[in-house]
Design a protein around this ligand. Structure first.
Ligand code: GN1
Ligand code: MG
Length: 360
């Protein structure tokens, strides 16, 4: 508590701190809820600067995005704006939206009250989520200046496939001896060429990059008590990417009836009712900017994200678990199995997905 209080002293909080406790279950940053006796509570986060190596760029992106969205909400006459976009506190000494002691990086945002996150959503909520992400991308379409890539080539499938090959070649943790790992690698590599389609289309000049959220896990959205979306959180990866990122990553987490690390593989399934609802919502708000090619490749995006996540989890497992937080030694392997099962399920439903998109 005292160590956290020393950090919080670099920001102007209203009221006295009464409690500090862990919040959420992100795999990258450390997140704490700071309760006070004042009007607002706060979220204190340590930014993982091993992963986000340019925190100044990262916070610059977030400042641009939150300012731009705030401006749009004001212009649209929205009310309750502080619940619809995040607000970060400036550091007393530098005025920047983070504080660093040279080693760790910290930021504080106002906690949005009476908001809920879900690990699983029903079709109705998925439709709202689709509208919200389409709207988020539409709002950011005219953001002035350029945003940097906070993790360069974050959702580049060719890069992720290469990183897996590098992990296999180095075999740092000696895990390549496991026949199951070898079988997973073989299955992944069988699909590699087809899954790298987005990068090819981009090189051919057919597929644009747009500002996307790039971490649209279902638990990165805040809902009010009626299921309306308040806002999207976890803005660290907002950057130029293909629209497939936001479409695919939401479905990766929302269409799977179990968590991404569930060992119950027989329960893993790509739920078409969630796909249908999310696609309908997304196309309502994103139709103003989507090209026909982007639209017709949305089913591909639904397969790409479980696949890419499996590649990332497996590479981390083979590397000896240096990227994602784990709770037990086989955690990343269990996650890989789960995401591959989801990939297989989604792949078997591609033609039905295409029909649904055509019908929207
Ligand atoms: C990470 O930060 P968090 O836990 O919301 C990761 C995502 C992965 C996700 C898998 C910066 O997201 O890309 O999809 O874990 N974020 C980063 O659960 O790598
Ligand atoms: Mg998160």
């Amino acid at each position: 508590m005292e160590a956290y209080m020393d950090i919080l002293r670099h920001f102007v909080l209203e009221g006295e701190v009464t409690e500090i406790k862990p919040l959420g279950n992100g795999l990258i940053n450390d997140t704490l809820l700071v309760r006070t006796d004042g009007a607002d509570d706060y979220v204190l986060q340590r930014i993982n600067n091993a992963i986000f190596q340019d925190v100044d760029l990262l916070q610059h992106n977030i400042d641009c995005v939150t300012r731009h969205i705030r401006g749009k909400l004001v212009a649209a006459g929205e009310t309750d704006i502080d619940r619809k976009v995040l607000r970060f506190l400036p550091c007393k000494e530098t005025g920047k939206s983070y504080w660093t002691d040279g080693e760790s990086y910290w930021r504080v945002s106002v906690f949005i009250k009476n908001a809920f996150t879900y690990e699983l959503v029903n079709p109705e909520y998925s439709r709202y989520a689709g509208q919200a992400f389409g709207h988020f991308e539409a709002m950011l379409a005219d953001i002035p200046g350029t945003l940097g890539e906070t993790i360069p080539d974050f959702h580049n499938m060719e890069l992720r496939a290469r990183q897996l090959r590098e992990a296999i070649a180095a075999d740092k943790a000696g895990r390549m001896a496991d026949p199951e790992v070898q079988a997973l690698v073989a299955e992944i590599q069988e699909h590699e060429e087809k899954m790298c389609k987005a990068e090819r289309l981009h090189r051919e000049g057919l597929l644009p990059k747009r500002i996307c959220h790039c971490d649209t896990k279902v638990n990165n959205m805040l809902f009010d008590d009626k299921g309306n979306i308040l806002c999207v959180i976890d803005l660290d990866t907002v950057m130029p990417s293909f629209v497939f990122s936001d479409f695919g990553d939401f479905l990766r987490t929302a269409a799977n009836p179990v968590a991404e690390d569930s060992p119950e593989l027989d329960k893993v399934d790509f739920r078409m009712d969630i796909f249908e609802a999310f696609a309908a919502g997304y196309l309502e708000t994103a139709k103003v900017f989507l090209t026909p090619l982007e639209r017709e490749n949305l089913p591909y995006a639904a397969c790409l994200f479980p696949y890419m996540q499996a590649v990332r989890f497996l590479a981390d497992y083979i590397n000896g678990d240096t990227y994602y937080k784990i709770s037990y030694p086989e955690h990343n392997l269990v996650r890989t199995r789960n995401q591959m099962a989801l990939f297989r399920s989604a792949s078997s439903k591609l033609s039905r997905m295409a029909e649904i998109i055509q019908g929207c």
